[in-house]
Design a protein around this ligand. Structure first.
Ligand code: ADP
Ligand code: MG
Length: 689
């Protein structure tokens, strides 16, 4: 078996299982091995049933004392039985595993590990993992890997497949030069890979993890350095002269730019008019006003006869930017044409848009990924802006900057915008190929958002509050973690929630729903209705997370807030407090833990940088079990905040390596070179920053 074989090469994995894994993005043996555990659970010794109380994970050992029965609840099949030990008995249930009825044996001793839930029947052990005492004994005290699961996957399935793969693969080549391993105390690769999946204890896990995090950062940094060197010192082929009209435009805005916005704009303008091509990141917290800075840059280009692109990661945001841009142009009577280009448009609409782009009827093009597709040809592309860069891959940025070369023989300026709060020192490492402008100031007219964290028990009060806000003309978001009933996965879902909410709120209040599984046209309609005030309360998933701007919305209520990463919650909160009205953020803590320390951080601060720093303090470097900072920085294992030390080491190592053997031509660097080439092909594209 080889790393790049499909997983059906693994003993015990047939077509059906491969299909299930495929849905989680696992196609090759390598994908599987890189499917690192999300966290680990310690297997404790069983506890007496009588000692159990409500809602927590527990291990019990006893005899199955009731014939398993299958019950249906809607689409879900539930297997129910009970287990008894010397101290008492406990109900047990599994969802959607009807085959257990035949494999479970009444009278047999089992060890069950699962979550105890209190409901109207008393305590129930839900969805426990099942062991025979013989199989459990050697596990006590060990760390069990917990993987992210998609439909059809089980922990055991993943664990077994990984073990089988590790056992039958030949030794994998160690591609890190020995001297780096020694200098930074990095474990050997094969050992690290096995240990991250099956750690004997925490010390070894920490050691293994460090190696793999280092690899991840090291490969990334190397790839970005090469990218930078390829871009560096490129002459400015779309050099412009500052158009005075843009100053006039800015002067006529209903607000004055903040000092930070002005600075960022001037740095951009210096690039556009200077001798070298722009490669710049604008970093600014949610609500700091990045869009207008982008628009000013687009207008500068347009006045100089160049086309510009503004690319957004979602349909909803692209459309909103389109409206914003056309709105400004119309109001100011500017002679430029803005074109929208998204995947959801009909073939005919697209064809016509493409025609206007290639013929230079369109000056400003706003769109989603559709903009970087091959078919799109520009007449004279001079500037490419990506908004919410962390949602795009590094490679996508590259593709766009290559677009210009087809028309003019020069690449366009590149501007990327991000709200990810990364300290400058880390940003320089991560965005090594970019210059950085920071917008570290918010518009002055804003009232700070008022926050609160409450338990689900006080939800009714929150509804009353929302009703009052709506009565005074404002609007509200309610965010749920899921689209529909997740079966065994608990948490509020948009569909059921909206139906329940309709019963709770006065009938005059219009409630809308929004989620990623809707058709694009429907999403657009809902978003439009919300932004026009025809919908007052929008129950949504995190599709509204990035960039959405409805200044009249003043309430953000997040259900199961404990489920989200801090950065993500901060982004969600960024949807409110965007206008003159006082805004309120309500985090519902749906977990049993009374106080959630992470949510308390958000409760205390509205500043993205401060939140990231506090969170870091809370978790500490090398925290193995903490929730990662959402998917914002998309490394599989590494967390740029808690692993900042490793990030710096990897950066040092990359510098040393490139200084010594830039082209990686030395014999000892050959394996690394091969690894890096594969990485650039496969990973860089998917990795977003
Ligand atoms: P973000 O940085 O999150 O992308 P936006 O560009 O969407 O922020 O701006 C948020 C809101 O603030 C918008 O409604 C915008 O019109 C407004 N805004 C931008 N700059 C200023 C300013 N200097 N003063 C007042 N309001 C501003
Ligand atoms: Mg924005």
């Amino acid at each position: 078996m080889r790393l790049l074989d499909e997983i059906t090469a693994i003993r015990g994995i047939g077509g059906k299982t491969a299909q299930i894994f495929g849905r989680a993005g696992i196609v090759t043996v390598e994908d599987l091995l890189q499917y690192f555990p999300r966290s680990y659970e310690e297997c404790g010794p069983p506890v007496p049933i009588a000692s159990l109380s409500g809602t927590k994970t527990a291990v019990v050992c006893g005899t199955l004392c009731s014939e398993p029965k299958v019950r249906r609840a809607g689409k879900i099949q539930i297997v129910e039985t009970a287990i008894r030990d010397e101290s008492g008995s406990l109900r047990v249930s599994w969802f959607n595993m009807p085959y257990l009825r035949n494999s479970l044996q009444t009278g047999q001793r089992y060890i069950l590990k699962g979550k105890v839930e209190a409901n109207r029947f008393g305590l129930t052990l839900e969805q426990p993992v099942l062991y025979t005492p013989d199989r459990y004994a050697p596990l006590v005290g060990r760390l069990q890997p917990v993987y992210s699961l998609t439909a059809g996957m089980t922990l055991r399935m993943v664990g077994k497949a990984v073990k089988e793969a590790l056992d039958s693969l030949p030794e994998l080549p160690e591609y890190l030069p020995e001297r780096f391993r020694r200098a930074y105390q990095l474990a050997e690769y094969n050992y690290a890979l096995r240990t991250i999946h099956f750690p004997p204890d925490k010390t070894e896990l920490t050691f293994a993890r460090k190696r793999l995090v280092f690899d991840e950062f090291f490969l990334f940094i190397l790839a970005v350095r090469y990218l930078r060197d390829a871009n560096k010192e490129q002459p400015n082929g779309c050099r412009i002269r500052a158009a005075k009209e843009v100053e006039d435009f800015l002067a006529r805005l209903p607000f004055a730019l903040t000092g930070a916005q002005r600075r960022a704009y001037e740095e951009i303008l210096a690039d556009l008019t200077g001798p070298k091509r722009m490669n710049r990141l604008v970093q600014g917290d949610v609500g700091s006003g990045k869009t207008i800075v982008a628009l000013a840059a687009l207008l500068q280009m347009a006045h100089n006869g160049w086309q510009g692109v503004l690319m957004a990661p979602t349909e909803v945001l692209a459309r909103q930017h389109f409206e914003t841009v056309t709105g400004y142009l119309r109001r100011e009577n500017l002679p430029f044409h803005t074109e929208l280009l998204t995947g959801a448009m009909t073939a005919k609409e697209k064809r016509e848009a493409l025609e206007r782009i290639v013929s230079h009827k369109a000056d400003i093009i706003v769109g989603t990924h559709a903009v970087i597709q091959e078919k799109v040809r520009f007449a004279r592309l001079g500037l490419v802006i990506t908004d919410e860069q962390h949602r795009f891959g590094v490679r996508q940025r590259e593709i766009l900057s290559e677009k210009g070369e087809e028309s003019a023989d020069t690449s366009p300026h590149v501007l990327v915008m991000s709200a990810t709060p990364i300290p400058r020192t880390l940003a320089i490492i991560l965005y090594g190929d970019l210059d950085i402008s920071v917008i570290d100031e918010k518009p002055a007219n804003r009232l700070p958002i008022k926050n609160c964290v409450i338990g689900a028990g006080r939800r009714k009060k929150a509804y009353e509050f929302i009703v009052n806000e709506v009565k005074s003309g404002r609007q509200a978001y309610v965010i749920c973690p899921m689209v529909e009933d997740g079966g065994r996965i608990e948490g509020e879902n948009v569909r059921d929630y909206a139906a329940r909410l309709a019963e709770e709120l006065p009938p005059a209040i219009v409630i809308g729903t929004l989620h990623g599984r809707m058709k694009p046209a429907e999403k657009t309609r809902i978003m439009e209705d919300f932004s026009q005030g025809r919908i007052q309360v929008l129950v949504s998933t995190t599709v509204v997370e990035v960039g959405v701007d409805v200044p009249n919305a003043t309430v953000m209520m997040v259900e199961n807030a404990e489920r989200f990463g801090l950065a993500q919650l901060h982004q969600l909160r960024g949807r409110i407090g965007r206008g003159e009205h006082q805004s309120y953020c309500i985090f519902i803590n749906g977990s049993d833990a009374e106080k959630n320390r992470r949510l308390e951080i958000l409760n205390r601060s509205n500043d993205g940088f401060a939140i990231a720093a506090e969170d870091l303090k809370l978790r500490g470097p090398g925290d193995l079990f903490g929730l990662r900072q959402s998917g914002l920085l998309d490394f599989a294992l590494g967390d740029i905040y808690t692993d900042a030390g490793i990030l710096r080491e990897a950066s040092q190592a990359a510098d040393a390596l490139l200084a010594e053997d830039y082209a990686l031509e030395k014999e000892e660097h050959k394996p690394l070179k091969r690894r890096l080439m594969r990485y650039r092909e496969e990973k860089l594209e998917r990795l977003s920053l």
